[in-house]
Design a protein around this ligand. Structure first.
Ligand code: SAM
Ligand code: SF4
Length: 329
């Protein structure tokens, strides 16, 4: 079993399948994209499957695919099928912007995908287009409908809240849970790879951050009741509006509570194990994979390096060398 030096069992692997994306959300990527990793540096389907088999032997039971945008990966359905067929893996899920979900939801469900988290930062089509720099909100809604038809449930909607951009939509987003069995989760914007100006009409860097405490205050009229988080709600503090079908969650990556129960390990798309989103220690699996070496010692090394908690503010310069889309947000 993978147990880190602080006694936490590592049971959850997040895999960034690609650093590429079909959107350019202002808080995540510059308009012109990033210096993309070469195709040769990215792991193949076979290599990803080997990593998950090894992780499963160490006690990993849940895998989440992310990126970049996992649905732009040309072999996404095959990857899901390979991972889902590993007997110790109980759940394969995926985080997506949903641009390509309408046609992929059913093939992915057939391949063994259990759930999707969909990023949706505004309910207003024009604002959504501005935030994502050209995303089409109608495609997101069609993707959500397809996910529901394909029983990819429970559906989670992730919204990064930025002051002066979409914080005014907190009540409307929370109200989605009244009649939908969805988990709407509000996330504090993290100062990762996005310190530059986002352009005309966007808030300045020093004005964007809004804490989950303030978000909760902005929803005080809803009489939010704390509930036990649904399975897989990770670091979210979860509430329900009385009689609502779904829940409202708050995720504070800057807050300490994010760390104490952390059961995660990450695999970057260029084959590096990372035991913390924020702390930049990485262990490369790629050469070991390509030279046929056993992977277990590399897992042990990465887990031994897992920090007790991160220090987000001290780590910002180092974190910023790799953005969220490269680490796998
Ligand atoms: N492309 C997929 C998507 O957008 O859902 C998956 C990758 S994206 C990096 C994963 C999550 O990270 C998204 O929910 C996105 O909103 C979030 N994210 C990206 N940059 C962030 C930042 N600077 N602060 C907080 N969340 C961020
Ligand atoms: Fe792409 Fe997701 Fe980053 Fe938006 S948040 S640019 S969809 S990786």
């Amino acid at each position: 079993m993978f147990i880190d030096p602080f006694g936490r069992a590592i049971t959850y692997l997040r895999i960034s399948l690609t650093d590429r994306c079909n959107l350019r959300c202002v808080y995540c990527m510059p308009q012109d994209g990033l210096q993309w990793q070469s195709r040769a540096s990215q792991l193949s389907v076979e290599e990803i499957a080997r990593v998950v088999e090894s992780a499963a032997r160490g006690g990993v039971t849940r895998v989440r695919l992310t990126g970049g945008e996992p649905l732009v990966h040309p072999h996404i359905v095959e990857i899901v099928r390979r991972i889902a067929s590993i007997s110790a893996i109980e759940e394969v899920s995926l985080t997506t912007n949903a641009m390509l979900l309408e046609r992929l939801a059913q093939p992915l469900a057939d391949a063994g995908l259990k759930r999707v988290n969909i990023s949706l930062d505004s309910l207003d089509a024009d604002k959504f287009r501005r935030i994502t720099r050209d995303g089409d909100i109608d495609r997101v809604w069609r993707g959500i409908a397809a996910a529901e038809c394909s029983h990819l449930a429970p559906l989670k909607l992730n919204t990064v809240i930025v002051r002066g951009l979409n914080a005014d939509e907190l009540p409307a987003l929370a109200r989605l849970t009244l009649e939908n069995d969805w988990h709407v989760r509000f996330i504090e914007v993290m100062p990762i790879g996005n310190a530059q100006n986002w352009g005309e009409g966007f808030p300045a860097p020093s004005e964007r951050y809004i804490s989950v405490h303030e978000m909760r205050d902005m929803l005080s009229t809803f009489d939010l009741q704390p509930v036990t988080a649904p399975q897989g709600n990770g670091p979210a503090r979860t509430y329900r509006i009385p009689n609502a079908l779904g829940t409202v969650g708050f995720i504070s990556p800057l807050g300490e509570h994010f760390c104490q129960n952390c059961n995660r390990l990450r695999l970057t798309s260029d084959g590096k194990l990372r035991s913390c989103l924020v702390t930049p220690n990485e262990v490369s699996l790629r050469d070991a994979l390509r030279s046929g070496q056993p992977l277990e010692p590399f897992f042990e090394q990465a887990i031994a390096q897992k920090p007790q908690h991160h220090d987000m503010l001290a780590a910002i310069p180092a974190v910023s060398r790799r953005g969220m889309s490269q680490i796998g947000g």
